[in-house]
Design a protein around this ligand. Structure first.
Ligand code: UT7
Length: 326
């Protein structure tokens, strides 16, 4: 039996910073409102005519370097994104070309902000089944391409970025448990109305900004807290790991108040909860991937530590992995 472990993590962020003061000039908002209601001070913006594969490829190359794995050793690339370069081919194929991972199979996975945890779950299962030995999971988002820059209730929240993990076969067990959940009765809570097969992009769609994010933020808030706290608890139960054994919780970074509420529900002290939302805002699936990478870069993750992810997003979907760092 072979297990799977994370052998390397990487990230990529665009250089352009959009801070709250600049947003004050664009919509009726204030730095004070954004920081107190969300914890966000700034976010990164990729800029026109660049796709999520550009960020994803850079994050993938960094993760491969950190794992000391050559691109041609990658058996599978799983990309999780709600902002693919094109409807098809998959962004995974664009990334494959950019990083020269010529021996990899490729596909995209759609699980919105929960994508990284869903991606890790798939990669781990492919490895323990014996089908593959080396898998790249890339969560990459250009949220700025689907944000309505006239809607203050959403445009202040999102940013662009990519995070990646290389999973390899291992003799030691590392993924102790994974819990995934979904509830399709809430598809209208957070979505992009047009641009898919049901409503194609017309002039009317563009005039109404129906190709952009719609969100019922206030209602989502409560659901997000409950779903992420429950996901972490369920995964910990499956892993038979008591909450006190957690070294670090890495939650989706949608709102600092959501993260605080999850920590309080789980009775976790704040030094055990990783937060970087102030620098980047909500980057959908890339948020937890980048948070994981930065926690590792910051030296917060050591051999033997128990790391728990908790994510939540459009669908609704949610999930959690319990990982022993080996
Ligand atoms: O990543 C996927 C998951 N995403 C989430 O889980 C997001 C969850 N939701 C949230 O994080 C929060 O609900 C928001 C940050 C989106 C909004 O915060 P809130 O405290 O729930 O605010 P609200 O929507 O209840 O709005 C409060 C007030 C409203 O004004 P009135 O009606 O009280 O006069 C809004 O119009 O704040 C107003 N408002 C703003 N004011 C200044 C909304 N956006 C802004 C803004 N600047 N950017």
């Amino acid at each position: 039996m072979q297990f799977a472990r994370i052998a390397g993590l990487g990230k990529s962020l665009p250089d352009k910073v959009l801070d709250n003061l600049e947003l004050e000039k664009m919509v009726d908002t204030s730095d004070e409102w954004i920081t107190t209601r969300t914890g966000i001070s700034q976010r990164r913006i990729l800029g026109k005519d660049k796709g999520s594969s550009e960020l994803g490829a850079k994050a993938a190359i960094n993760a491969l370097k950190n794992a000391d794995v050559a691109p041609d050793k990658v058996d599978l690339i799983i990309v999780t994104t709600v902002t693919p370069d094109t409807i098809f081919p998959s962004t995974a194929c664009y990334i494959q070309k950019k990083i020269k991972a010529k021996n990899a199979a490729c596909f995209d996975l759609s699980a919105a902000c929960a994508g990284f945890v869903y991606g890790l779950a798939c990669a781990e299962k492919f490895i323990i089944s014996g089908m593959y030995k080396t898998i790249l999971v890339v969560s990459t988002e250009v949220m700025s391409s689907i944000v309505d820059w006239t809607d203050r209730s959403t445009c202040v929240l999102f940013g662009d970025g990519a995070g990646a993990a290389v999973l390899t076969a291992s003799k030691k067990e590392s993924f102790l448990a994974t819990y995934l959940g979904s509830n399709g009765s809430y598809t209208d809570m957070l979505y992009v109305p047009a641009g898919g097969s049901k409503y194609s992009v017309t002039k009317e769609v563009l005039d109404n900004h129906d190709n952009c994010i719609r969100m019922r933020g206030n209602e989502l808030f409560r659901l997000a807290v409950r779903a992420m706290a429950d996901a972490a608890q369920n995964a910990l139960e499956l892993a038979k790991v008591p909450i006190d054994d957690i070294k670090l919780l890495i939650p989706h970074q949608a709102n600092n108040r959501i993260i605080t509420a999850i920590a309080s529900r789980l009775k976790l002290p704040k030094e055990k909860v990783y937060v970087n939302i102030e620098k980047y805002g909500n980057m959908s699936a890339a948020s937890s991937a980048i948070a994981f990478c930065e926690a590792w870069e910051d030296g917060l993750i050591k051999k033997g530590d128990i790391i728990v992810t908790a994510v939540f997003g459009a669908g609704l979907v949610w999930g959690s992995n319990v990982i022993r760092w080996v």
